[in-house]
Design a protein around this ligand. Sequence first.
Ligand SMILES: NC(=O)c1ccc[n+]([C@@H]2O[C@H](COP(=O)([O-])OP(=O)(O)OC[C@H]3O[C@@H](n4cnc5c(N)ncnc54)[C@H](OP(=O)(O)O)[C@@H]3O)[C@@H](O)[C@H]2O)c1
Length: 243
Amino acid sequence: MAKTILITGASTGIGAATARRFAAGNRVIIHYHSSSSEANAVAAAVQRTGGTAHVVQANLATDAGCRELASFAAETCGQLDVLVNNSGGLVRRCPARQLEWHLMQEVFALNAFSTMMLSSLCIPLLERGEHPCIVNVTSIAVRHGAPSATIYGAAKGALDTFTRGLAKELAPTIRVNAVAPGVIDTPFHARVTTPEKMAEFKASTPVRRIGQPEEIAEAIAFLADSLFMTGETVDVNGGLFMR
Ligand SMILES: NC(=O)c1ccc[n+]([C@@H]2O[C@H](COP(=O)([O-])OP(=O)(O)OC[C@H]3O[C@@H](n4cnc5c(N)ncnc54)[C@H](OP(=O)(O)O)[C@@H]3O)[C@@H](O)[C@H]2O)c1
């Protein structure tokens, strides 16, 4: 049976790969913030594989943006089977001695509040879905800490805790899980990680390479299909973090 899937930040990187992974025979809402041509290219790829695509813009770092996106999903599809809360980013690196209030607000709004608010607003739509679930995208920064990105790591940590609380609160109707990516080859790093640092990540990863966004999309699809999993965070990082 066709699924209806809302993916935030589906214009590039992990979100775009997830939209392509879910495309065949399904209805995919492709959300973007500023990359409209990339979002339209993802929609075209979804349609080429027999899926239906809807493209929508919203700034999820705001309450109004989250409400606009949830309203769009309600008006366009009336229900959701899968919500993938993928939008996020480091914003910029900042040493712990120089933290700024507005940067902390911006990072938490983008990485934590967006997912919390959108999840809340989408509960009625998910309740109308088939085996509904939410998959959040956190980070290896939750496990390792991230020097000069401590606030990003803390915001993703809040999301990790939110995942478990929400899973308990919404059980048994809606499952809630998360994926914690390691270092993945997406536009994320172009803005905040030097080539030298990327080489360091690669050398210290046991599988000796950077991950591909499709490998995170695969884990998201696995969680969407795994009806006995809820409240779990799956680490996908080439062995960079092992429990
Ligand atoms: N790449 C990694 O190594 C890595 C590691 C751990 C976790 N992650 C997490 O994985 C997720 C996806 O990141 P990515 O690596 O695929 O990077 P990416 O390609 O930069 O994707 C980030 C997405 O977030 C969207 N976004 C940015 N600001 C937004 C806003 N204000 N409102 C709504 N959406 C916004 C972007 O949309 P537009 O482009 O349309 O503006 C884009 O689609 C993020 O949550 C990131 O923290 C990534």
